[in-house]
Design a binder for this molecule. Structure first.
Ligand code: ATP
Ligand code: MG
Length: 603
């Protein structure tokens, strides 16, 4: 497995205050274009449009224009997040504007649920689109009229023709890598004939699939995408935006460059699989600029490596399968790599932006280790998350001398900083009494070598409380430890004079029985056990991790009673947790494990 150049882990504070962004090839291209003034003479008509529309506007106030063009057919995932951070981040850093454009040229039923989830995701990640906080997103289907006009313009100039070959004949005649294509018998038609046929297609006079409009380029091109690609097809389908106005729809490869050009995009950034499409992208826009339809200079396409994250699948279709087959609780299941899933898991926009920044952009495919993503979350939460104590697997500890030393029924006040590095945030308060909950894993009947926590005869400190010495334990009939017994060592309370006179090697976290509150804690682990769950066509269902969710009844300190949905905490010694955005409620707390304190996967 190859990882990207691993940025040296920085202390969180340094990372957060970092202003110098690591360079990458896209930044270099943009800086070069800005220095040369490549796009300095562009005009902007105030909205997307053709050459005439932009010509009547002033010079474009946006120094560059980038875009994020999702198809509204699913929820966005961490791969999209990389693309969002990249495109919106570049626009922000270089005085530009990033467009959000729904790529809805495919007349498939568009789901409002997906549209709204995409708007939410981009906004949540911290970006605004189209240059204003209240701007509407663009929709590719608004450009159908222009696309049609552009097609007629290509036909008139002899750059496109209507092909009536069957789909099979067209496929056979395309040739392959070693074999040039064969001209269609319809390739020599005159522009007048082609125009008449194309209008018949538009007017519904031909069956779906009976013919297509093709660009007329080069059937012998070594790049198969240049062998007269289809640009319009007949398809009787009702479109969510344009209804039944059209029975012909543009192909993606034709629509996309035009969408970019109408929006005056300067740098059109896409994933590597579109590299072979770039010659057609340029060919098409060059022809439409020649025809005077589109403003110059036209956009340029640049490709970068998509994000591949270990233990994660990033395909909307496969993620949808997990949802529909109920392998997860929904698109927002905290184990899902969707933006809504990450958010519910406790990820913050800062963590995701840091991740996008840290992995950078490259020209070659590689796998990013999942721990890189987790590390970014840990770093950002370490700086911001208030601390709290929680006992995830409660075992009762009874202090047998409490009544003598402290007085029967007494509860003693303890306090701890909300954040160890931010005393200004204040203190949290809790009690200690005769009975406290400790984590079952902090006690051993017979200590293994190197175990410094509780075992008979050993002393430990109850963090922020007293030193105690274990005197024994009792067991359930079936052998499980029922209770641990200990005595309080007098005059050892944290923060009081002489408290450190008694030296101990172990410090354990705890919550008093008197004021601890029960909480549901959901311990999440990776959804797949295989590093590359769907690589090489593997059935990813086979590597689903059966232990990816464990729900425990925990006891948490009383300061957490006021936790609100989405609040994040460090449960001391355990990790970072978030109050679940769906199920958490006052009086019924539910916390999700966001990430452990250190990278423990596989160790
Ligand atoms: P999927 O295969 O999951 O459906 P997609 O690429 O078809 O993804 P789109 O909605 O078309 O989904 O993608 C919108 C944008 O997000 C595209 O510009 C695409 O390049 C980018 N994108 C999608 N997946 C990734 C990824 N894994 N890494 C980086 N960018 C991605
Ligand atoms: Mg797609």
């Amino acid at each position: 497995m190859s990882s990207p150049t691993p940025a040296t882990p920085k202390p969180a504070a340094a990372a957060a205050s970092e202003t110098v962004k690591p360079s990458n090839f896209l930044r270099q291209i943009i800086e070069h274009d800005l220095a040369k003034g490549t796009y300095a003479t562009r005009h902007w008509g105030g909205s997307p449009g053709d050459a005439a529309h932009h010509a009547q506007g002033g010079l474009d106030p946006a120094k560059i224009r980038t875009r994020f063009p999702p198809e509204p057919n699913g929820y966005l995932h961490v791969g999209h997040a990389k693309s969002i951070c990249l495109n919106f981040g570049l626009a922000r850093d270089y005085g530009g504007v990033c467009h959000l454009r729904f790529d809805d040229t495919n007349p498939e039923k568009e789901d409002v649920e997906y549209v709204n989830s995409i708007l939410d995701a981009v906004r949540w990640l911290g970006f605004e689109w189209n240059g204003a906080a209240d701007a509407a997103p663009y929709q590719a289907s608004d450009y159908f009229d222009f696309m049609y006009r552009a097609a007629e313009c290509l036909i008139e100039a002899g750059h496109a023709y209507v092909d009536e070959q069957s789909a099979e004949a067209m496929r056979d005649n395309r040739g392959d890598f070693g074999k040039p294509g064969v001209d269609s018998p319809f390739r020599g038609r005159t522009p007048i004939e082609n125009l008449a046929r194309f209008r018949e297609m538009r007017d519904g006079q031909h069956e779906d699939g009976a013919m297509v409009l093709r660009a007329r380029i080069d059937m012998a091109s070594p790049n198969i995408n240049m062998r007269d690609p289809a640009i319009y097809r007949i398809r009787r389908a009702t479109h969510h935006n344009t209804g039944d106005k059209w029975c012909i729809y543009p192909m993606y490869t034709y629509a996309h460059p035009i969408e970019d050009a109408l929006e005056q995009i300067t740098h059109s950034i896409c994933t590597l699989e579109f590299e072979d499409q770039r010659p057609f992208y340029d060919w098409l826009l060059d022809r439409l600029c020649e025809g005077g339809l589109l403003a110059q200079p036209h956009p340029h396409q640049y490709e970068f490596a998509r994000l591949n994250l270990t233990y994660v699948i990033t395909s909307k279709r496969k993620l949808a399968a997990l949802v529909y087959d109920k392998r997860v609780s929904g698109w927002d299941d905290p184990r899902m790599p969707t933006i809504v899933g990450l958010r519910r898991r406790g990820y913050t926009p800062e963590a995701i932006q840091l991740f996008a920044e840290r992995i950078g952009v490259t020209k070659s495919d590689s796998w990013i280790d999942y721990s890189t993503l987790e590390g970014c979350l840990r770093e950002t939460l370490d700086v911001s998350a208030p601390r709290a104590m929680a006992v995830l697997d409660p075992l009762k500890l009874v202090l047998s001398n409490w009544d003598e030393v402290m007085g029967a029924g007494t509860l003693d006040d303890c306090s701890a900083p909300l954040h160890p590095h931010h005393p200004e945030l204040g203190q949290r308060q809790f009690k200690i009494g005769k009975e406290v909950w400790i984590d079952r894993t902090d006690f051993e009947e017979v200590p293994p070598k190197g175990f410094f926590r509780l075992y008979p005869g050993n002393k430990v400190r109850l963090k922020y409380g007293h030193v105690i010495e274990c005197t024994g334990y009792s067991k359930e009939p079936e052998g499980k430890i029922r209770e641990v017994h200990a005595v309080l060592v007098p005059d050892t309370k944290s923060g009081t004079p002489g408290a450190n006179a008694v030296k101990v090697k172990g410090v354990i976290t705890w919550v008093a029985v008197a004021d601890g509150i029960p909480a549901e804690v959901r311990l999440y682990d990776r959804l797949f056990t295989d590093e590359q769950p769907d690589a090489g066509g593997k059935d990813f269902i086979e590597s689903l991790n059966p232990n990816s969710l464990k729900v425990v009844r925990a006891i948490v300190e009383p300061s957490l009673a006021s936790a609100k949905t989405d609040d994040k905490f460090q449960f001391e010694r355990h990790g970072y947790f978030v109050a679940d955005r769906v199920d958490h409620a006052a009086g019924k707390p539910v916390f999700n494990l966001a990430v452990g304190l250190r990278d423990g996967w596989g160790k």
